[in-house]
Structures are given as structure tokens and as C-alpha cells.
Design a protein around this ligand. Sequence first.
Ligand code: 13P
Length: 256
Amino acid sequence: MTRTIIAANWKEHPVTMKDARRLFDATMRAAVASPQAEVLVCPPAIFLEELAARMPRGARNASLGAQDVFWEEEGAFTGSVGPRMLKAIGVRYVIIGHSERRRVFGETDAIVNKKVRAAYAGGLMPIVCVGEPPEVRRKGVAAARRHIAQQLARGLKDVFSRGSHESGARGIIVAYEPLWAIGSGKNDSPVDAAAMAAFITSSIKRPSAKVLYGGSVDSANVREYVQLKEIDGALVGGASLVAKEFAALIRRSLAK
Ligand code: 13P
């Protein structure tokens, strides 16, 4: 059964462990109640270990993801967390190349590429984020596609090439998050997002690739995206921080 993926990107929220626990527990209850959804929660790194230990046994459809990873396993890299450290505490996924990492922290496609390889080598499934800024989108869909194609070509360079041991037979998750749709309340139209998802799938040429849409997804609009066959799920920011809203979002993603 292919499940709809509902991924929560908490970004730099909440501030306290207490609030993180509360939000996580409520999210896990919602996940257990909707076994047909694959629920991924990506909290700030500092909460990962404790939340991994709180994962309810019945939540077979729930996993933890990190929001970033460094490409070296260990060494003199102040401030960094490596893939094996994450894997060792029960993390299975990692978001790589989120537009906020690109914009605020200066991450390039070349850095994304290193991180994707390191994730595979460390046994983590990458969720690679791509998306065009508003000035590119204003030039039209063709320009947006060129932007995405370039991010994919550079970010996934040689990742799936023959003999590349890192990726093996594993799949990949790509999150299409147009920058103008993130945190703006201006979600992309489901039809346009599906067309871009199809473009991404055909560019990657991996049968097991999954494409998520992200950008102002909430409980009211999630179904419009995930009901389209080109879209395998959603990457959710703001709406994943409100326990009731996110529980509703998970439920609605499965509504007939
Ligand atoms: P919002 O859902 O808040 O628009 O954020 C989307 C996002 O960036 C998820 O990674």
C-alpha cells in the first residue's frame, strides 16, 4: 500500500522541550488514528532524541526526520551534526536544501549534493527541497521548470549514477516548495503543483521517487493536493505547529 506522506517541518519551533513533547504526543495520537498516512515529524535537532524515545509502539506509520545534516560523520566541524549521529537515535529521514537553509545559511546546490550523498551513506532517506523564487515564477512556468531542473541536476549530481554505492536501490523524496508559497498563505494551485511534480518525477527518472508539495498547506486545502496522482504527500510548516490543526490535516488528507 502506498501511503500518503504527511511531513511536519517544525522549523525553529517550539522553544521548550515541554511544548515539543506536547505537540509530538498529540501528533502521534493523530498518526495512530490514521494508519493509511505516513507521518514524518521533523523537529529541531535538540528534541530528536527525547522524542524518538516517546514514539508510541503502535505508531508504525510514524517516523522522525531531522531538518538538516552535515556531510561529515565526525571531526572538527563546530556546530555540526552528522548522519550517523541522527541514525543512532532513531531518525530515518532528513530534510536537505530547504529554501530557508539556502537563503539564510547560504547553502548551494553543491552543498545539497554533498549532504544527499552523506545521508544515503549514513542510512537516512533524504527529503530534498526545490522551489523557484517569485521573480522566476513571474517569468512563467517554463522558467520555473528550468530553475527546478537545475536544482535537481546539481543537487542530485551522480547520486544515482551506475556504481554509485550511496543511494543503492533506495528511493528519494523531493519536496516541491515554491518560495512564494512558503508561509505566505498563497498556496500554489493544485493543478500547477501536480504539473511540476510530474516534471520532477520525469526529471529524476527513478520509479521509486516520491514528490511532496509544500507551501501554505493546511487542513482545508491538503486534500486538493494529495488526491492528485502526481503528488505523494505534503510538507507542512505552520499548520504542523498547532496540534488540532495538524490532526485535522492528517485526517483530511485521507478523506474520500
Ligand atoms: P508553510 O507550511 O508554513 O508554508 O511552510 C512550508 C515549508 O517550508 C515546509 O518545509
